[in-house]
Write a protein that binds this ligand. Structure first.
Ligand SMILES: *[C@@H]1O[C@H](CO)[C@@H](O)[C@H](O)[C@H]1NC(C)=O
Ligand SMILES: *[C@@H]1O[C@H](CO)[C@@H](O)[C@H](O)[C@H]1NC(C)=O
Ligand SMILES: *[C@@H]1O[C@H](CO)[C@@H](O)[C@H](O)[C@H]1NC(C)=O
Ligand SMILES: *[C@@H]1O[C@H](CO)[C@@H](O)[C@H](O)[C@H]1NC(C)=O
Ligand SMILES: *[C@@H]1O[C@H](CO)[C@@H](O)[C@H](O)[C@H]1NC(C)=O
Ligand SMILES: *[C@@H]1O[C@H](CO)[C@@H](O)[C@H](O)[C@H]1NC(C)=O
Length: 323
């Protein structure tokens, strides 16, 4: 039994579970929804349609027929949301999404997208996420928020589409550029998880088979493969998250879309990386200690034969003395 191998094994087990959770967080409604990569707050999306709250600079260059179409929509929206221009603002955040037929938030996970409403209401600070549905999960998910919003707007009460609310195409084209990176992340997580799983089995072998350096070396190899895969995946996710929020906030804030980074996801993935790093380091130590023991054994062996006789005679002396 080599109990020191239990430490890297424990690290690998926890890292394995955490990186599995990174993959599967949010794969069905209500399962670790807070561990999203990015959330979009769409509770005020389309506030520019309401004449009383806008600067009305957005829709002026369009033709007059489209202009009257807009004001007609605007009238319909403002007639259904009671209250006056100043009093309305608090309610717009909570009611506008429903008027348009969309959800108040959309969140990106590694394998799908979820959507829903804010729990007491959208303006409440620290409101919780009430999930309605999630898309079907797929291995390399491509986040298409424009398509989703467009579909929901078209079947919504106002029967409008994205171009009616001045949705900037830069948002989706910016997000599309990040898809390749997210595909790579998926593959890297898969490699990291598989290597961590093998590392768990290999450290089990190391616990029961006595300290062979080959086993330590193999364990070190698996742990470092898992560590590097998870490290690169985490770096990519961190960069993608920050780019996506930047793009969405840059083009979307004007029409009332806000993006937030998912801090809990980052914690999850970086803790997995840190644990795999500890496991790797532990195997380096095991390997070095194993080598020192081995050299000591070699130098001790001839000594033992030389000292064998005196020791035996000592024992005999003790036995004679009745100890
Ligand atoms: C606004 O509402 C009126 C009646 O409620 C309806 O006839 C009209 O088509 C609506 N306009 C739009 C753009 O939905
Ligand atoms: C969550 O949303 C559903 C409808 O989608 C609603 O019936 C339920 O009351 C909401 N839960 C909370 C806590 O707001
Ligand atoms: C949101 O909910 C909180 C707590 O339930 C309440 O105090 C607040 O007035 C609500 N805001 C709106 C705009 O309904
Ligand atoms: C959503 O965005 C609106 C508009 O910026 C903001 O007032 C509201 O507090 C946000 N809601 C949440 C839960 O972050
Ligand atoms: C999700 O999967 C179900 C069956 O598993 C299918 O009926 C449904 O159409 C799928 N939805 C989408 C959006 O692909
Ligand atoms: C939105 O609808 C208008 C007609 O109502 C159509 O001309 C336009 O192509 C549609 N845009 C999208 C993105 O579907």
């Amino acid at each position: 039994m080599r109990l020191s191998a239990l430490f890297p094994m424990a690290c690998a087990i926890v890292a394995f579970v955490l990186s599995m959770l990174c993959l599967f967080a949010g794969h069905k409604p209500g399962f670790m929804e807070e561990y999203h990569i990015v959330t979009l707050n769409t509770s005020t999306l389309g506030h520019n349609l309401i004449p009383t709250t806008t600067t009305s600079s957005g829709s002026t260059p369009t033709a007059t027929s489209i202009g009257s179409f807009f004001s007609s929509i605007a009238h319909n929206i403002s007639s259904t949301i009671e209250g006056d221009l100043d009093g309305i603002i608090g309610d717009v955040a909570d009611k506008l999404a429903k008027e348009l037929g969309i959800k108040q938030w959309y969140s990106l996970h590694l394998m799908d997208m979820c959507e829903g409403t804010y729990a007491p209401n959208a303006t409440e600070k620290g409101a919780s996420l009430n999930v309605s549905t999630c898309s079907n999960q797929t291995a390399m998910y491509h986040f298409d928020i424009s398509k989703q919003l467009n579909q929901e707007l078209e079947v919504g009460p106002l029967k409008i589409n994205l171009s009616d609310i001045d949705w900037p195409s830069d948002i989706q084209s910016g997000l599309n550029d990040l898809n390749v990176a997210l595909d790579a992340t998926f593959v890297l997580y898969a490699i990291g998880i598989a290597a961590a799983g093998c590392a768990i089995l290999a450290s089990l072998v190391a616990v029961f088979l006595h300290g062979s350096r080959l086993i330590s070396f193999g364990n070190w190899g698996l742990a470092s493969l898992s560590f590097f895969a998870l490290l690169i995946a985490s770096i990519i996710v961190t960069v993608v998250q920050s780019k996506a929020t930047h793009i969405i906030n840059k083009y979307g804030n004007e029409i009332g879309v806000y993006a937030y980074k998912g801090g809990k996801y980052l914690t999850l993935t970086w803790v997995a990386v840190a644990l795999m790093f500890l496991a790797t380091m532990a195997w380096v130590v095991e390997f070095c200690v194993g080598r020192r023991n081995k050299t000591r054994e070699y130098t001790e062996k001839p000594q033992r034969t030389r000292w064998g006789k005196p020791r035996a005679s000592d024992e005999a002396a003790f036995r004679r003395a009745g100890v």
